[in-house]
Write a protein that binds this ligand. Structure first.
Ligand code: NAD
Ligand code: TYD
Length: 351
């Protein structure tokens, strides 16, 4: 089996669902179920013996050692993290604990387990660490996109904590020979995305008749990657990536935030027009900028495509249409994630 951490979060859940749709190999899923973890994301796996769920922390070395000894996975894929930049600005502590200390403890547990393996089991073991393009810092409008050789220049507590985790992963390969792989991807979007992030927030606010809060001038640029394309890239790197290597993953879709919000509005105008006939664009509201806001991210994913033959299947247009449709088709999921804790966050961030 494979061992996934953070499999109840946005990307982890999509990865679990795709994996089990394509493979008979079981998955052990360790997730702490923070505000971002949601077992509803995995409701379709209920009763499926191939999904073994354990609630727990990647930093709990005793628990992780027990799970490794019991289930003897051939690979560990680490999605577990605190992932929202704005939350890292309000309260960085959890980011340091999970993203740095947690990853360190997970690496230690994996190293001890790997050292106990022999022969083929030892040769075939992999530790795949899922990271972000934000570790590379911010680009000017005309600078070339990030390659894997770009220096690390993280600018938020979130990206700094992910950068630290990437360095630890690298060092475990260099020092101990642990067979690691690292992926650094751009902004994901798609089903099960928690509505604190740009795209799902805009969809749920638009439908609720609330303002669409665009930070600053809305001209910050991100590369957008459909989550299922990210999942296929991870499967590809897990299967064929060279040990110790880093692979950037991108969607070939650089967009300014305001253009992303316009796309959401245009799709909603078509698929669920407002009753007063006006466009959802009228709800756009420019608000105070995020402190230290990175201006532009862009990914050069040629290494992954040239070495391993991966490329994204979705364009921004096709991925966004699927995403908006998914939110329209799943109002119960949206309602369920908008708990009291979610409302407290929205109040704190956008008051
Ligand atoms: P998410 O916040 O939606 O989910 C994170 C999951 O990890 C949740 O289920 C949460 O309960 C779990 N978790 C948190 N702390 C834990 C701990 N200490 N032990 C065990 N589980 C814990 O995040 P996501 O968007 O799915 O991101 C997954 C990974 O991909 C993260 O490592 C993130 O840094 C990276 N990433 C995300 C994006 C993006 O656009 N969402 C882009 C680049 C990289
Ligand atoms: P986000 O989804 O938080 O991802 P990240 O910060 O990891 O890139 O934000 C994407 C972009 O959208 C980022 O430039 C910040 C901006 N943004 C807004 O303009 N308004 C919002 O309410 C949010 C959440 C983000």
């Amino acid at each position: 089996m494979i061992f996934v951490t953070g499999g109840a979060g946005f990307i982890g859940a999509n990865f679990m669902l795709d994996w089990l749709a394509q493979s008979s190999e079981p998955v052990l899923n360790l997730d702490k179920l923070t505000y971002a973890g949601n077992l509803q994301n995995l409701a379709s796996l209920q009763g499926d013996a191939r999904h073994v769920f354990v609630r727990g922390d990647i930093g709990d070395a005793t628990l992780v050692a027990e799970l490794l000894a019991k289930h003897r996975p051939r690979a560990l894929v680490n999605f577990a993290a605190e992932s929202h930049v704005d939350r890292s600005i309000h309260a960085p502590e959890d980011f340091i604990q999970t993203n740095i200390v947690g990853t360190f403890r997970l690496l230690e547990s994996a190293r001890l387990y790997w050292a106990s393996l022999q022969g083929k089991d030892r040769d075939n073991f992999r530790f795949l660490h899922v990271s972000t393009d934000e570790v590379y810092g911010s680009l000017t409008p005309t600078a070339p996109a990030f390659t894997e050789l770009h220096r690390y220049e993280p600018n938020s507590p979130y990206s700094a904590s992910k950068a630290a985790s990437d360095h630890l992963v690298r060092s475990y390969h260099h020092t101990y020979g642990l067979p690691v792989l690292t992926t650094n991807c751009s902004n994901n979007y798609g089903p099960y995305h928690f509505p604190e992030k740009l795209i799902p927030l805009m969809i749920v606010n638009a439908l609720a008749g609330k303002p669409l809060p665009v930070y600053g001038d809305g001209q910050q640029v991100r590369d957008w990657l459909f989550v299922k394309d990210h999942c296929s890239a991870i499967r590809c790197v897990l299967q064929s990536g060279r040990l110790g290597e880093v692979y950037n993953v991108g969607g070939n879709s650089e967009k300014a935030n305001l253009d992303v919000v316009h796309t959401v509005c245009t799709l909603l105008d078509e698929l669920r027009p407002r009753s007063d006939g006006q466009s959802y664009r009228t709800q756009i509201s420019f608000v105070k900028d995020r402190p230290g806001h990175d201006r532009r991210y862009a990914i050069d994913a040629r290494k992954l495509s040239q070495e391993l033959g991966w490329s994204p299947a979705q364009t921004f247009e096709s991925g966004m249409r699927q995403t908006v449709r998914w939110y329209l088709d799943n109002p119960e999921w949206v309602q369920q994630v908008q708990s009291g804790a979610y409302r407290d966050w929205v109040q704190k961030q956008y008051a």
